[in-house]
Design a protein around this ligand. Structure first.
Ligand code: GRG
Length: 286
């Protein structure tokens, strides 16, 4: 199967599963169920759950056996986007070319929708324990890591820095640190969740984490470049491409992706999909 087809297949599988796991719109509280579905089915690439599935495949696991964890992470990602767009944070009227959640449902409902997605994400990840062959101990480890990677030391902390620091004052080291937390952390979690549920050993987890950190950083630098190319840059906000230029951003993201692929050497040909995902992140257009 070619890689484009692979991405398409996995995206369809995730979309179908999310549709099954999310409550129908007519269930009470209908407005929240509607608002959750509006953002979850708003055109996301599903890169994080695809990483979870691809990592499980690397260990020879059936992707169905980790789909709940993968979808749970996508719900957490969607929560973070809704809150990120709120007037009190980034104040973005659009997300993926469509009105953002609060523009359609109002701020209070958007806030609660984010909360609902965060709780539902945790719930779905825990429910992966119902799958035959999944060890309860691995669910416990994955959930502990989920709190860590999205908490104050990582995603939440990165977001705090994102709204507090000014692009003109920030150093390269501080910007990389911010991106590691704001963006790379959830990407690392997506990969580690697939690995943990598949019984990866410490050496394998370490290599996959380094891979995740590198592609996570590259992902955010490419995102910054896309923001500039599509004229969507938020003035004054930390942005690597704005600070260091497009040429340096391109070479740095390529360097990070090459290094990411080096970390996969211990998996030989079995990591081909993860290598393809790393390359895809450099060429994506949205
Ligand atoms: C974790 C409790 C807690 C709070 C979250 C709001 C917030 C704090 C964090 C936001 C972090 C954030 C928005 C990071 C940006 C990461 C990023 C580049 C998102 C875009 O990802 P894509 O391109 O999105 O994968 P799609 O549209 O494909 O789903």
């Amino acid at each position: 199967m070619n890689f484009k087809k692979y991405l398409e297949n996995k995206k369809n599988m995730i979309d179908k599963a999310l549709d099954k796991y999310l409550p129908p719109e007519e269930n009470p509280p209908s407005i929240i169920n509607k608002a959750m579905r509006y953002s979850v089915f708003g055109g996301g690439k599903r890169i994080r759950p695809i990483l979870t599935l691809a990592t499980a495949e690397l260990f020879g696991r059936d992707t169905e056996s980790v789909i709940k964890a993968a979808c749970g992470i996508e719900l957490i990602h969607t929560f973070s986007l809704i809150h990120d767009d709120l007037p009190c944070i980034d104040n973005d009227d659009f997300r993926r070319g469509k009105p953002s959640n609060h523009k359609v449902f109002g701020e209070a409902i958007a806030l609660l929708t984010g909360d609902a997605l965060l709780v539902s994400g945790f719930d779905l990840m825990i429910k992966n324990s119902e799958v035959k062959g999944i060890k309860k101990q691995s669910i416990l480890k994955m959930m502990k890591e989920t709190s860590f990677y999205i908490g104050t030391e990582n995603m939440l902390g990165g977001q705090v820095e994102d709204i507090s620091l000014k692009n003109e004052d920030i150093t390269k080291a501080d910007l990389i640190n911010l991106y590691m937390k704001k963006t790379a952390a959830l990407i690392c979690l997506s990969i580690r969740a697939g690995a943990i549920l598949s019984g990866a050993n410490q050496r394998q987890l370490k290599a996959l984490t380094k891979y995740g950190e590198n592609i996570g950083l590259a992902f955010q630098i490419v995102d910054d470049m896309l923001d500039i190319m599509q004229d969507q840059r938020d003035m004054g906000k930390p942005n690597y491409a704005n600070k260091f230029g497009m040429k340096e951003s391109k070479s740095e993201s390529e360097r990070l992706v090459n290094e990411a692929k080096d970390f996969l050497k211990i998996f030989n040909h079995k990591a081909e999909t993860l290598r393809n995902i790393a390359d895809y992140l450099l060429t994506r257009k949205k």
